[in-house]
Write a protein that binds this ligand. Structure first.
Ligand code: NAP
Length: 319
């Protein structure tokens, strides 16, 4: 049984009220589930969650007596939260859920023996998971079971996924597969790959003397319009929708940009994820005060592309 019924009458706790936390908590609350949000003392999210209508308690209190606890704080904060606030408060036989496999797969959290472990990873940023749900639709979720003491952890995971994602679809995976493919996708394609591609295209046009505003529209703004077509209908329909000139240029030039060298780099990225090199370096970064990330953030926020983008977004979205 993967229906929401298996969660009815159970005490559900969502730890954290950020991007994913607010979406899981509010979607399940809207479906009539008994949800408590667990937050640290003095949390800036406390009032926001209460105002949205969910019960709020400190993490320790929210975990005490809970049947299912979903941990939705940042990955790097989760090991300490588990050790300090969850481990000793979580009752025997409870279910502990994650939205990403990082801490279990890389053994940053070793859960105590007497609990069930599962994952529900909605395939979308948290604010979209909520927004799409509010619009009456849902997002697909990945689900996995790491440890099943009770014999029904898969039913719990699927029910959670079907609640948060409004039954759009659940794809079964493992903690290892989700962790490695998720990290690879965001680094090589979705975040790292796409932003560097747009940046390089913008810089090439601007350095060649073209108007930065025109360059921004061509290399950044229109990305969404093309991706929306791919998202809704696939590559072939997107190519059908663009002009023959654009389609011919796509076939001629795409492979000059993404070359065998690029694929070799992708394989290198995947190897670093698989052998734990990336995880180790990310953990070091978080433990030494996010120095590298702060430098990168400053550099990007002061960049030409952001300056032009801010102007263009005002023009496009202010009316
Ligand atoms: N972001 C996404 O769209 C997305 C997509 C798929 C999977 N995931 C996974 O979902 C999980 C949550 O990610 P997220 O991006 O939603 O996290 P997030 O928005 O950064 O989480 C913020 C929440 O965590 C709380 N928090 C932060 N540090 C804490 C600490 N040291 N102690 C206690 N609470 C703390 C914050 O408390 P305050 O309110 O008090 O600041 C806030 O409520 C991660 O495993 C992530 O990999 C995220």
């Amino acid at each position: 049984m993967t229906e929401l019924k298996v969660l009815e009458g159970k005490k559900l706790t969502v730890v954290g009220y950020g991007s994913q936390g607010h979406a899981h908590a509010l979607n399940l609350h809207d479906l009539g589930m008994d949800v408590t949000v667990g937050l640290r003392e003095g949390s800036k999210s406390w009032k926001k969650a209460e105002k949205a209508g969910v019960k709020v308690a400190t993490i320790g209190d929210a975990v005490k007596g809970a049947d299912v606890v979903m941990i939705l704080a940042p990955d790097e904060a989760q090991p300490a939260i588990y050790e300090n606030d969850i481990k000793d408060n979580l009752k025997s036989g409870a279910y502990l859920g994650f939205a990403h496999g990082f801490n279990i797969h890389y053994k940053r959290i070793t859960p105590k023996e007497d609990i069930n472990i599962f994952m529900v990873a909605p395939k979308g940023p948290g604010h979209m998971v909520r927004e799409i749900f509010e619009g009456g639709h849902g997002v697909p979720c990945l689900a996995a079971v790491h440890k099943d003491l009770s014999g029904d952890t898969k039913e719990i995971a699927y029910a959670w996924a079907n609640g948060v994602g409004r039954k759009v679809g659940v794809i079964e995976t493992t903690f290892q597969e989700e962790t490695e493919t998720d990290l690879f996708g965001e680094q090589a394609v979705l975040c790292g790959g796409v932003t560097e591609l747009m940046q390089a295209g913008f810089d090439t046009l601007v350095e060649a003397g073209y108007n930065p505003e025109v360059a921004y529209f061509e290399c950044v703004h229109e990305m969404k319009l093309i991706i929306d077509l791919v998202y809704e209908k696939g590559f072939a329909a997107m190519r059908d929708s663009i002009s023959n000139t654009a389609e011919y240029g796509d076939y001629i030039s795409g492979k000059k940009i993404i070359t065998e060298e690029s694929k070799k780099a992708m394989k290198g990225i995947l190897t670093d994820i698989q052998n734990g090199t990336f995880a180790k370096s990310f953990i070091e970064e978080t433990e030494t005060g996010y120095k590298f990330m702060d430098k990168e953030r400053d550099q990007y926020s002061d960049s030409k592309i952001e300056e032009v983008g801010s102007k263009m977004r005002k023009m496009v979205f202010s009316k």
